[in-house]
Design a protein. Structure first.
Lengths: 150, 423, 736
């Protein structure tokens, strides 16, 4: 039994230690906002926060997550910054298919926490691990910058 | 199982072998329970020893059957293929006698009387007592025979003249069993046996002389093999593993990883995957004790200083393309601060790999990727050789060396291309 | 169909509307539907009626539109939402004619029903070909307008006044004396009325919603993680399955040691299929680990293609040039023109196999019960999905229920039904629902890929370097021949393969276009975003560019000259693109601009790339300009988004993508070796949309088709060298 702290709730799960957090979230806890894309930390759609840092849950063994504070897309809107980023995403009409956007938003919030006054170069290097096959990149930049300026 | 027991058996091993062979036939028929237990325990011991000796690493091909051989060894003088060592009578070693097998392991001579090339590490295995060798044989003979004919070696003259190996052996193969040092602890002696004999660490980690024999004056001082650097694993504090805490070294050996010190990659990852992870904690500790005592050699790449890096994009770099590529494909696991993002297995800080100006292992791992299997799960590094250009991989390497290792990388596209082409 | 619509519709298109058999009339149903948050209909069903699987075949009545007793409007969308914004666009169309605010409309997915939902351009029920807006622009508005008339009539009847004295506004009917009745109050009576024919549509100048940027209906749930894609669904009792098919197409499963997978914690079942092995687990991790555990013991019969390598495939394509193939167009006498020409130019272009690689891998929820086969799956082709499931389950099609789902990227991949067949086959072997989820590796290696094309051109030039004519031979797999063999004439001419080639934008007095279909071994080919124009625009615009340089003329001027008095819309976008790109302003060494202009999917596009090359083959795209005339725009935001994203999607492939085969297997497996454009590679896309009152053109794939020629032409401008084979990375270039 492992105890996970997800979105400020303690949850007990009985799963193999090496099971990636992604599948615990999705298939055990039913929290499907966090997506599967590649399983090798190359696309970023599985991004969640561990103690405020963006991590790829597809390669995060659940045993490493235990004892840390995990935040997912389902709860990021409860933070002021998370809410602002989500709002910016809507205002800039970033979303196309939407599949990667949970991960994009989680990565953007983590980036803005670290670098509140991001510019294009910061965004390009800070968000490069999050792929979007619809290629909404132009609008992602715009949305993040609008939060940075606000 | 202590080393004293090995030595006491040494002198009698030949006799035991002969009698043992006959006994096992008889035992199977007449003395079921007890003798079969003994046989079973010999097989189990053999399996353990075969793992410690990492036999399967060479006697298998990708996607092939274990111990059926066929792996290519591209050497400066030609290509060798490992033979089938399953008990198939026609294509394997099914009709080998105990002596045949012992001769192969200790003297490097096959059943047909032909000399092996020392790609087969008999100059290390020769330290093994007959008893251990026969346990391995018993294990191999307990497996399903695989019918897979051996591939002919592709060796040109004069190296195809195998009789020449007699002289080589005369010079470089001591053909002596391991003799414990009474001055040292049982643990140390066990470690020495595992490192020098079964584990044949020196085959990769000891540089070779002109004759492709291990240079005993530089034992375990590090060498280049198959395009990889096998690091200096002597007790030197800066160049070797002298400064590694015992637990770190034990963790490296058993799980392929010691945060801030090393991650097994390439051939070493395979050693962990196939061999070391199966060893008992006692044996791992014995190896640690022995390695810590190996005469220090100040050769090779030093461990980099442990830098305190920010977990954010470095603003200054001489290698902006490398930084971009690191942001694209690397930072998700390795993080800007060199700590593993999801797991310490991905930590880059403190690794000699990121401090080697030639970036030999770094580029190898970028080109081909890596996979480490541990009791805690599998850790995979994808390969980037296919989709990333030579220029990109060179600049990525230069950035990694600059950022994590504090060395000036001089990699260029041409070097990366050469590494791609290298066998 | 005579009405006061001022939006012109071509006679051909009208004919197609009729021929498609879509019931353009009765579209009203008085069934009350709860006001749904804008999300998938099937999800609603899952949450509210998990046990209710009653088959309810839709009727012509209410095919597109439902008005609830609460006045809420539900659009039954014949097109699935996969990021193109189509459902919001459709909602805008009906909100416009129904006189309701957009917020009063929600969307449900149409079930498979070819009579009701076949696309009038594609001729089957599908989302693709950038056809959605083009083919639904009229029927949807007509449906809404008919509903409005009926609602007004019902209110007028109740008030006993003339309908002519009533009007609709904001979801209400307003009568003389400012009497008001909400739609919900009159819908029951309205449903009894005869559906009017020849309904007049609003004039564009009266549009209140169409043409104004609107927020997409589906996006709020996509920024908070609550949106459900197929991969996110859970039905009661469901388990997770993942599969590994024979790595070689056409191969079969011989044997597998199931016990190894069964020993993995969480594994429930190992399923053997003809060409694959699947592991069912409590969770995806168990399924993945189970498949890994099977790896060593799986034995395949690789079939006929186990030895096929890329070089053999390419050689077979080259050999195909010797065959006659089919003539797609033959005007004048090109042989004579070439013989007598002042000079000749020849060129060969090559485009690789491409995987679709949507971020949501292939996934399908399936349950095969005694009474029905029920599927929850994001599909671009629901009728084909139903056929596939019927075949795999052994049930008649009417017993197959398809709940279409929002799609996490398709790009043409979900027009195929291979994964639906597989999910159904797995579900058939167990007595609970399964959710099949492919790993990324399975998705990459078992795609159906964009064909590998080779094109050869020869142009005859006059003394001014203008073409007297050209010949073009296209070799590549015929997607149509595999996908819809009946749609291919006996000579094998695939209309998709010769798009933008058979009838080039540029008028030529001598032209011969020949197509030789050559299906590669070991690779199946399918539709890929941009389809025919992706290929046609690349080769034609590359070749015209070569002719311009050979004539030592400016590539924009040369194109304009060649167009003469033809295609004013093409000329307009080209001129505007040149203006926005500062085309006439000279660039320093190492910099270059490239341009492409074409009519694609009924829209006119011009794309300009400006780039810079450094000493180490680094390419920096400085500007990327896309100008479009796509007729009347429904939602400008979606048009801009599609042009931005579509252009970059095409750039991703043009820069990096190439699928290759070794030993019958696809060599690429995941994003480490099948690289995709990242934000750090992506230049900002400057989009300009020309105001237009023409009928809507397609936009979802238009940008994608235009970028490769513009990019490669810019590479030539910057380096003086022609790179004719995609992707650019092959030539050793990378993005900086």
């Amino acid at each position: 039994m492992l105890t996970l702290t997800i979105n400020d709730v303690d949850l007990e799960v009985d799963v193999p230690d090496d099971m990636p957090l992604l599948w615990v979230l999705r298939d055990v806890l039913g929290m499907t906002g966090t997506k599967y894309g590649c399983g090798i930390a190359q696309c970023g759609v599985c991004t969640v926060h561990m103690n405020g840092n963006a991590v790829r849950s597809c390669v995060l063994p659940v045993s490493e997550a235990a004892g840390n504070k995990i935040t997912t897309i389902e709860a990021i809107g409860k933070t002021a910054l998370g809410k602002r980023v989500q709002q910016a995403w809507l205002e800039h009409e970033v979303v196309q298919c939407g599949y990667c956007q949970s991960g994009q938003i989680m990565a953007a919030v983590a980036l803005l926490e670290k670098v509140p006054d991001v510019d294009d170069a910061d965004i390009d290097l800070g968000m490069a691990g999050n792929m979007c096959r619809c290629c909404t990149y132009t609008r992602i930049r715009g949305a993040i910058k609008s939060v940075a300026k606000a | 199982m202590n080393t004293q027991r090995y030595s006491s058996l040494l002198s009698r091993s030949r006799l035991f072998g002969l009698v043992g062979g006959m006994l096992s036939l008889w035992a199977a028929a007449v003395l079921p329970a007890q003798a079969q237990d003994a046989e079973q325990s010999q097989i189990e011991r053999g399996e353990y020893l075969a793992r410690a000796g990492d036999c399967v690493a060479c006697h298998i091909t990708e996607g092939g059957k274990p111990f059926a051989g066929g792996l290519a060894f591209e050497l400066p003088f030609g290509t060798l293929y490992s033979p089938n060592i399953t008990p198939d009578k026609e294509t394997g070693i099914g009709d080998w006698s105990d002596d045949d097998f012992v001769n192969a392991m200790q003297k490097g001579v096959g059943k047909d009387g032909k000399h092996y090339y020392p790609a087969f590490p008999y100059t290390s295995y020769t330290l093994m007592p007959r008893e251990d060798i026969l346990a391995i044989k018993a294990y191999l003979f307990s497996l399903e025979p695989v019918h897979q004919p051996n591939r002919d070696n592709d060796i040109g003259f004069p190296f195809n003249q195998r009789w020449g190996m007699m002289f080589w052996n005369w010079m470089f193969n001591d053909n002596e069993r391991f003799k414990p040092d009474p001055e040292q602890s049982a643990e140390w002696n066990r470690g020495a046996y595992l490192v020098e004999g079964l584990g044949h660490c020196g085959e990769c980690h000891t540089p070779r002389n002109l004759f492709q024999a291990r240079d005993s004056s530089k034992a375990l001082a590090g060498a280049e093999i198959q395009g990889w650097k096998a690091w200096n694993i002597t007790s030197d504090d800066e160049h070797g593993i002298g400064a590694w805490p015992d637990e770190a070294l034990a963790s490296y050996l058993s799980a392929g990883h010691a945060e801030g010190y090393g991650v097994a990659g390439g051939p070493m990852a395979e050693v962990v995957n196939h061999s070391l992870r199966f060893l008992t904690p006692e044996d791992i500790n014995a190896m640690v004790v022995y390695l810590k005592s190996v005469e220090p050699q100040s050769e090779g790449i030093k461990r980099p200083p442990l830098k305190q890096l920010e977990a954010s994009v470095p603003q200054q770099t001489d290698h902006p393309l490398g930084r971009k590529l690191f942001a694209d494909t690397c930072v998700s696991c390795h993080s800007w601060d060199g700590n593993g993002r999801q797991t310490p297995y991905a930590a880059l800080k403190g690794l000699r790999t990121v401090h080697d100006p030639e970036a030999l292992n770094l580029i190898q791992i970028l080109l081909d990727g890596d996979a480490l299997h541990t009791a805690n799960g599998n850790y995979v590094m994808p390969s980037f050789g296919e989709a990333y250009s030579n220029e990109e991989l060179a600049e990525l390497s230069n950035f990694v060396l600059e950022h994590f290792g504090e060395v000036e990388g001089q990699l260029d596209a041409k070097t990366v291309e050469e590494r791609r082409q290298a066998p | 169909m005579n009405k006061n619509s001022s939006a012109p519709v071509s006679p051909e298109r009208r004919r197609m509307l009729k021929a498609s058999g879509v019931a353009l009339g009765g579209l009203l149903i008085a069934t009350w539907l709860p006001p749904m948050v804008p999300k998938s209909f099937a999800i609603q069903r899952l949450e509210e009626e998990p046990e209710d699987h009653e088959l309810q075949p839709p009727t012509a009545l209410g095919a597109f539109l439902r008005v609830g007793h609460n006045g809420h409007i539900t659009l039954i969308s014949p097109k699935i939402e996969m990021g193109q914004g189509v459902q919001t666009g459709f909602a805008m169309m009906i909100a416009e004619e129904l006189e309701v605010p957009l917020s009063q409309v929600s969307v449900a997915e149409a079930p498979p029903n070819p009579e009701l939902y076949s696309d009038s351009i594609l001729n089957f029920q599908a989302t693709g070909g950038s056809a959605s807006t083009r083919s639904n622009w009229e029927p949807l508005r007509e449906a809404a307008a008919a509903a409005r008339i009926m609602l007004i009539q019902a209110a007028a009847n109740q008030w006993q006044v003339s309908a002519a004295d009533c009007r609709a506004e904001n979801g209400q009917v307003i009568g003389p004396g400012d009497r008001r009745l909400g739609y919900g109050e009159v819908v029951a009576a309205a449903a009894e009325l005869t559906v009017p024919e020849n309904v007049p549509l609003k004039k564009p100048e009266d549009f209140k919603i169409i043409g104004k940027p609107a927020q997409r209906l589906d996006t709020p749930s996509k920024v908070d993680g609550s949106a459900k894609f197929t991969i996110d669904l859970h039905v009661p009792g469901m388990k997770i399955a993942s599969a590994r098919a024979c790595p070689v197409v056409g191969g079969t499963l011989v044997a597998v040691d199931e016990s190894r997978a069964r020993a993995v914690p969480g594994v429930v079942e190992v399923i053997k299929l003809d060409n694959a092995v699947a592991v069912i687990g409590d969770h995806m991790w168990a399924a993945i680990k189970g498949l890994e555990a099977l790896e060593e013991s799986v034995e395949w019969d690789f079939g006929a293609h186990g030895g096929i390598d890329q070089a053999q495939i390419e050689q077979a394509l080259r050999d195909a040039f010797e065959r006659d193939g089919a003539i797609a167009n033959d005007v004048g006498d090109i042989d004579k023109a070439l013989d007598g020409a002042e000079s000749k130019i020849e060129a060969e272009y090559e485009m690789p196999f491409l995987a679709h690689s949507p971020l949501e891998p292939m996934t399908c929820v399936a349950q095969v019960r005694a009474d029905a086969c029920e599927l929850w799956v994001g599909t671009q082709a629901p009728v084909f999905a139903r056929q596939a499931a019927a075949k795999a389950s052994g049930m008649p099609a009417e017993k197959v229920i398809i709940h279409n789902q929002w799609i996490g990227g398709a790009f043409g991949r979900r027009l195929e039904t291979d994964f639906i067949t597989q999910a159904t086959a797995i579900a058939k072997q167990v007595d609970y629902p399964i959710k099949l989820v492919w790993t990324r590796e399975e998705d990459t290696t078992h795609d159906l890929y964009r064909p590998h094309y080779i094109d050869r051109f020869a142009a005859a030039l006059d003394a001014d370097g203008m073409p007297i004519g050209w010949s073009q031979t296209i070799v590549g797999a015929s997607v149509l021949a595999r996908f819809a063999p009946d749609a291919v004439p006996p000579n094998g001419l695939d209309s998709d393969a010769v798009e933008n080639s058979a009838n080039p934008l540029y008028p030529l007095s001598n032209l011969r276009v020949r197509y030789v279909p050559e299906a590669p071994k070991a690779i199946l080919n399918s539709w890929w975003r941009g389809v025919g124009p992706l290929h046609g625009a690349y080769v034609v615009e590359s070749f015209v560019d070569e002719l311009a340089y050979a004539a030592k003329q400016d590539p924009v001027d040369y194109r304009l000259k060649l167009l003469g008095d033809q295609h004013p819309r093409a000329q307009a976008v080209l001129r505007l693109a040149a203006e926005k790109a500062n085309w006439r302003q000279p660039l320093p060494d190492g910099r270059g601009r490239g341009v492409a202009v074409q009519e694609v999917f009924g829209s006119y596009l011009a794309t300009v790339v400006e780039l810079q090359i450094d000493a180490n083959n680094g390419v920096r795209i400085k500007r990327l300009i896309c100008v479009a005339d796509c007729g009347i725009v429904t939602n400008p935001t979606s048009v801009h988004s599609q042009l931005e994203g579509g252009t970059l999607f095409g750039l991703s492939a043009a820069l990096y993508n190439e699928i290759t085969v070794k030993n019958g297997r696809v060599e690429q497996s995941n994003y480490n070796d099948y690289r995709q454009l990242r934000i750090s590679d992506a230049p900002p896309v400057e989009v300009f949309v020309v105001p237009s009152t023409e009928a809507p053109g397609g936009i979802g794939e238009a940008g994608t088709a235009m970028i490769a020629p513009a990019l490669m032409n810019a590479m030539h401008a910057a380096t003086g060298k022609r790179f004719r084979r995609l992707p650019l990375a092959r030539a050793g270039f990378h993005v900086i």
